[in-house]
Ligand binder design. Structure first.
Ligand SMILES: C[C@H]1O[C@@H](n2cnc3c(O)ncnc32)[C@H](O)[C@@H]1O
Ligand SMILES: [Zn+2]
Length: 430
């Protein structure tokens, strides 16, 4: 059914134009699956639409914005939220995260992913880019919740207890891609974990798979100083230079972090049109030190977006919060309040194109709260004053998945069951 949102106080579109006192009409052609979005005043009166053919949503005291995109995460790590705080990345992974991940079953990952998808939907995230074990379970949860997922098949071939027979892993990766490649709301991708856990041959084979099926390659890159120093000591190159030397950089590569990179490396990323996901909350929490060079990346035209990283290093999946973190971090870092401006972070938060999804989703924020009044500049209120809890309604590909802060496809009884399952899964951790 077509959807009409009437009498919105504000709307911000994907090009960051602002509208006041506007209606939005969302129409979905069931044959072509095409979505059209029209904005205008009194659309019902002006069109030949019949009220009874429409789902009408009251936009009074609400602001519409495009769907938010969480472009680097590990959703099932909801299960590990709060298990290990205040540690640096290598200790955090080796001492707490990897040993506990070794205890997870596919069913556990499914419930962790369900919880994470619901959290994201509740916070207005309509697409995400993930990398985690049992990716087919992440697909299952994503489809059940109804949001869009770019789901990475993780490849790790040394250094962690999760390493498996590489040939078998790559075979399974191909099977995974074949199984989901035709899905409308799922993009299967290859996800070699990081240069410190994957060999040169592994990266090369992952790239070959990504080229054969024309899918993205998703990896962690230059997250910590330790990673850079270790690589310089071992092979005399920095991580970006290394990946360039083995032919991995290209416009199908999406990299998370890129914190410890030089101006030269920024130029290399730009030259190869690599997509970079900024995860400021996780970088600060894991004390990765350094700050992703936002100004230099923008200057060179690198495609940028935002990610929360996993909920065990953030510790939530809230892109509205991440926008503010990003904006503040860069101002403090550069002693310059113009860096990380409102438009820059909004553009990053709406960037679902980088993970293969056109953004035709709509999120409504409830402005009926003291912290969102008055409105001098709605984009400022979105970035600096709002948070995920202010999301009221979410429409993904023409389907209402959240309305009045309630999930349309998941009832309260099922939600309690998910919480209960999660509580029993975490008993096995230590
Ligand atoms: C898929 C694996 O990636 C691990 N992981 C989660 N967060 C990070 C991070 O910030 N850097 C590197 N690796 C990370 C996750 O626990 C899985 O083992
Ligand atoms: Zn990560």
């Amino acid at each position: 059914m077509d959807i009409l949102i009437r009498d919105l106080d504000y709307a911000v579109d994907i090009n960051l134009n602002v509208y006041k006192n506007i209606d939005i009409l969302i129409r979905r052609d069931e044959d072509s699956k095409k979505i059209s979005i029209d904005r205008g005043r009194n659309l019902l009166e002006k069109s030949n639409l019949d009220k009874k053919d429409l789902k009408i949503i009251d936009g009074d005291k609400k602001c519409a914005l495009p769907g938010l995109s969480n472009n680097h995460t590990h959703i099932p790590m909801t299960l590990l939220r709060g298990i290990a705080d205040d540690m640096i990345l290598q200790e955090w992974l080796r001492e707490k995260i990897w040993p506990n991940e070794g205890r997870l079953t596919g069913e556990d990952v499914y419930y962790g992913a369900l919880l994470g998808c619901l959290e994201m939907l509740r916070f207005g995230i309509t697409s995400f880019n993930d990398m985690y074990f049992f990716p087919e379970e992440i697909v299952r949860a994503t489809k059940e919740v109804g949001i869009k997922g770019t789901v990475g098949f993780p490849i790790i071939d040394f250094g962690t207890p999760q390493c498996k027979d590489l040939d078998k892993l790559l075979n399974n990766c191909e099977k995974f891609i074949k199984e989901y490649i035709a899905e409308e709301k799922i993009n299967p991708v290859v996800a070699p974990h990081a240069p410190y856990t994957c060999s040169k041959d592994t990266y090369v084979q992952c790239r070959e798979i990504s080229q054969e099926y024309n899918v993205l390659l998703h990896t962690h890159l230059s997250e910590t100083r330790y990673e850079v120093v270790e690589m310089e000591n071992k092979i005399g190159m920095r991580p970006v230079e290394y990946l360039e030397s083995i032919g991995i950089l290209g416009d199908n590569l999406i990299t998370a972090h890129c914190v410890w990179i030089t101006k030269e490396e920024v130029k290399i990323l730009a030259k190869h049109r690599v997509k970079v996901v900024h995860c400021p909350g996780s970088n600060m929490k894991l004390a990765s030190g350094g700050v992703m060079p936002l100004v230099e990346m923008l200057r060179e035209g690198v495609s940028l977006s935002l990610g929360t990283d996993g909920p065990a290093s953030n510790n939530n999946l809230d892109i509205l919060e991440e926008m503010k973190i990003a904006a503040l971090l860069h101002k403090a870092h550069r002693w310059d309040p113009t860096v990380g401006d409102v438009d820059t972070v909004l553009r990053m938060a709406f960037n679902s194109e980088s993970i293969g999804f056109e953004n035709r989703d709509i999120v409504l924020l409830d402005l009926n709260s003291p912290h969102l009044r008055p409105v001098h500049n709605i984009k400022s209120n979105i970035v600096y004053s709002a948070n995920g809890n202010d999301v009221d309604t979410v429409i993904v590909e023409g389907e209402v998945l959240l309305e009045n802060k309630k999930f349309s496809k998941i009832d309260d009884k099922y939600l309690r069951n998910i919480y209960h399952k999660v509580n029993s899964i975490i008993k096995k951790f230590n």
